[in-house]
Write a protein that binds this ligand. Structure first.
Ligand SMILES: C[S@@+](CC[C@H](N)C(=O)[O-])C[C@H]1O[C@@H](n2cnc3c(N)ncnc32)[C@H](O)[C@@H]1O
Length: 297
């Protein structure tokens, strides 16, 4: 795929009828000056008054809200995930000041809004979901940041017009049927010397093996491979990375992921075996995430 076809891809969503009402609703939002307050909850405040009953109606059009939380002028969006836990885990490991940063699989941009605390030179999010972009657009309508949101996937990264000093790719690898190809795309998207922060589901073990769920993993149907850290390392080396640094592993708990009234679907409590929470309903090891940092030589 070349750059003109990427540009066409990028503009395609403007014609999607299913999100037309969302785009119209965003255009009707009041034009107030807001201040972004950094913290575990991404918070917006304004000296001007905002009708949060109307704002909630608009935000609810965009359900499910998975990543957050957000507090928009007093409207608390209690998202399914407390994404601050992942952010705070990674926070001691990076400094984005003056860097060109990409977040691949950026969802509604929760992490990107938090990255602004470091004053990066540029932030670009890639995510092919028009619904999650609509959530981003709602928040950025008030923040008025320079963050660029591309309705593109990780597979477009090698053809993108810019390379990045730092790439985050969190919670995407297990959704890809060809994980080494995805890692190669991330490698291609980095400047030389650039860093990749990645997390993925992992299984325990020293051997270079991966679990291949038959139909679903934790009721998620598009999970293809869940590697040991050794298998993950081998994938990364095959993709070209020279260094592989394990930052840690974290068990997903119902404190981090749970059903709230901002999603309609099930959540972690429905995905785990009701008798043995160390297993998924399918009988696989329950979700644990491995966090790694990779460098392009
Ligand atoms: C499990 S969520 C992870 C969100 C966030 N990065 C996090 O860690 O909390 C996976 C995200 O990847 C996005 N996604 C799906 N296909 C993708 C692709 N081909 N390239 C990049 N992102 C993709 C989804 O829309 C979704 O927002």
């Amino acid at each position: 795929m070349d750059l003109p076809s990427i540009r066409q891809e990028r503009e395609k969503w403007m014609t999607w009828k299913n999100i037309a009402p969302l785009r119209e609703a965003i255009q009707l939002l009041p034009n107030v000056n807001a201040t972004l307050i950094q913290g575990d909850t991404v918070t917006l405040r304004s000296d001007e008054s905002v009708d949060i009953v109307e704002l909630e109606k608009t935000a609810r059009l965009m359900m499910p809200w998975r990543k957050g939380p957000f507090d928009l002028f007093g409207l608390f969006i209690d998202t399914e995930w407390k994404s601050d836990q992942k952010y705070n885990f990674l926070r001691p490991h990076f400094n984005l000041q003056g860097k060109k940063v990409a977040d691949i699989g950026c969802n509604n941009g929760y992490y990107m809004f938090r990255f602004l605390e470091d004053s990066p030179a540029k932030v670009v999010g890639f995510d092919p979901s028009a619904l999650f972009k609509s959530q981003f657009d709602l928040i950025n309508h008030f923040v008025k940041s320079d963050i660029v949101y591309e309705l593109l996937g990780v597979e477009h990264l090698p053809f993108y017009e810019e390379k990045f000093d730092v790439i985050f790719c969190l919670g995407v690898l297990y959704h890809r049927s060809d994980p080494v190809a995805m890692l190669k795309a991330l490698y291609a998207g980095l400047e030389s010397g650039g860093e990749l922060y990645l997390d993925t589901f992992i299984i325990e073990g020293e051997e270079p093996y991966a679990l291949c769920p038959s139909g679903s993993y934790s009721k998620i149907t598009n999970v293809y491979f869940v590697p040991t850290l050794t298998a993950l390392k081998n994938w990364c080396i095959r993709a070209g990375f020279k260094t592989f640094e394990i930052l840690g592993s974290v068990v997903t708990t119902s404190d981090e992921q749970r059903k709230t009234n901002w999603i309609e679907s099930q959540s972690l409590e429905d995905f785990l075996d009701p008798i043995d929470s160390s297993k998924t309903v399918e009988g696989y090891p329950a979700p644990v995430r491995g966090y790694v940092r990779l460098k392009k030589g």
